[in-house]
Design a protein around this ligand. Structure first.
Ligand SMILES: [Zn+2]
Length: 179
């Protein structure tokens, strides 16, 4: 069981995040926790073939549920540090090497109540979390490895998470308004 907490929430473009942005971020993280602890995702991680990683499935699984962001305690808690920003490009979110902060671009996908948008956000947040626990993929500039990035652990786990979130919201098993 991985617990997801919001340790900090900042905004690079405003002095502080708006109430609605704050509420949305907390709800997204709650949904992340549900998706990450789903049996479907756990089984996926144990059985899927991941490329661009030196770890076997058991180690990917162990890291994923460790809550050990950038070498912090193995506490089973993802203490999310989120920074909201706006930039007119196609990057949904990113983390910097060595940093525990996940930057979320508010321009690419609207911060709203649309289940497709929410699911994309969840997929991206979990992709970025993978980086925090040491799961990697080829960088953009390695064009000869670039096309296989989609088979890496962060992409595969992120995409699977997006699909699970979409199913949970679409079936009504999880109600966004109740999170
Ligand atoms: Zn990535």
């Amino acid at each position: 069981m991985l617990t997801v907490e919001c340790k900090s929430l900042t905004s690079a473009t405003l002095d502080y995040p708006l109430f609605s942005q704050r509420r949305n971020t907390y709800k997204l993280l709650k949904l992340c926790q549900i998706v990450m602890n789903s049996q479907e995702l756990g089984e996926y991680i144990l059985n899927m073939r991941f490329e661009q990683t030196k770890y076997d499935n058991a180690e990917v699984y162990r890291r994923f549920y460790s809550g050990q962001e950038r070498g912090t305690n193995f506490d089973g808690i993802w203490q999310a540090e989120i920074n909201l920003y706006r930039k007119d490009n196609n990057i949904i979110g990113y983390t910097n090497k060595g940093s525990t902060i996940i930057n979320i671009n508010l321009c690419t996908i609207p911060f709203n109540d649309n289940l497709i948008d929410i699911s994309y956000r969840v997929g991206n947040l979990i992709h970025e979390y993978c980086h925090l626990v040491g799961l990697r993929h080829a960088p953009r500039w390695q064009f000869w490895r670039y096309w296989r990035r989609k088979f890496s652990a962060p992409y595969r786990i992120g995409n699977k998470s997006r699909a699970i979130a979409e199913n949970l919201l679409g079936s009504g098993e999880v109600e966004w308004k109740d999170l």
